[in-house]
Design a protein around this ligand. Structure first.
Ligand SMILES: [Zn+2]
Length: 284
């Protein structure tokens, strides 16, 4: 799986102090039992109503039915809360330990599994937000509030939201409903919440970008991949199916497409990087 071109490129990045970056999506967390947003489970039934995730995951919908959105969020949170990192997460953590400052992890996942695996906050960029935090639904400030401890997540039912919970889920400053700290379908990336400028800068310093478990349907990941290519970096897509990136990388000199699950690839990649770092260290 790790071919000669990838091996040479990693050597180059290590010698020239270029970043080795990872862009990951929901496919990475699927092995931990977290349903993807756009997959077959990407809908939400509440009472007699049936919503698409793309409909309920919007600011527009929150403005008219915040409690429906909170039910949806709390139910998803009840799944992510008890999920454990899988082999892919653990490999990403080991790769960070080996690469240190040359490593960057850009993740679309809001499920806290990178944190649980031990990846550092400084090198993990959560471009779609983080389920562990909430913020004012009325944006009276940009403060992030940790998810309230008093909300019971065990055995949560889809339609559950008590009066007591509604009281807890209020902004401490203005009393409006809190909202999950995530990027909704009708919102834009920014630096303040989603580190947009930072990851764009990182993309320009990246010598090789590995894209895993994402179909690339949002704009920032697309721009990140294009930036890497524009700066003569290499982009490697690891995915079991065709995606936006497969199309982008097809016929590109610096593009490589590998049809594989994430974890076997990352396991091999970790061994290769480790070997090279040891060799380089012994030479210098
Ligand atoms: Zn507020």
């Amino acid at each position: 799986m790790i071919n000669e071109r990838i091996i040479e490129r990693i050597e180059y990045c290590l010698r020239k102090d270029k970043r080795i970056s990872f862009l990951v999506g929901a496919g990475i967390s699927a092995e931990s039992g977290i349903p993807t947003f756009r997959g077959k489970d990407g809908y939400w039934i509440s009472g007699s109503k049936n919503y698409k995730a793309q409909e309920i995951g919007t600011k527009r919908f929150f403005n008219i039915a915040s409690h429906e959105v909170l039910k949806f969020y709390l139910y998803r949170k009840s799944i992510t809360q008890f999920a454990e990192p899988n082999k892919s997460h653990l490999m990403l953590k080991e790769i960070e330990d080996i690469l240190d400052d040359k490593f960057a992890l850009i993740s679309q996942n809001v499920d806290s599994l990178h944190k649980k695996a031990g990846n550092s906050e400084e090198k993990t960029f959560l471009i779609h937000g983080d389920h562990d935090f909430m913020r004012c639904g009325d944006e009276c400030s940009s403060e992030l509030y940790p998810f309230p401890k008093d909300i019971e997540l065990k055995n949560r039912k889809k339609d559950q939201l008590t009066e007591e919970e509604i009281k807890i889920l209020k902004c401490p400053k203005c009393g409006e409903d809190l909202r999950p700290h995530v990027l909704w379908f009708d919102e834009y990336y920014n630096e303040k919440f989603f580190k947009k400028d930072t990851v764009l800068r990182i993309s320009k310093e990246t010598g090789i970008l590995f894209i895993l478990g994402t179909s690339g349907e949002t704009t920032l990941p697309q721009v990140i991949a294009k930036n890497v290519l524009a700066k003569s970096g290499m982009v490697v897509e690891i995915n079991i199916a065709d995606s936006y990136f497969s199309e982008l990388l097809k016929n590109k000199k610096n593009g490589i497409i590998i049809r594989s699950e994430s974890s076997p690839f990352l396991t091999e990649l970790k061994k290769e990087i480790e070997k090279q770092v040891v060799t380089l260290y012994n030479k210098s």
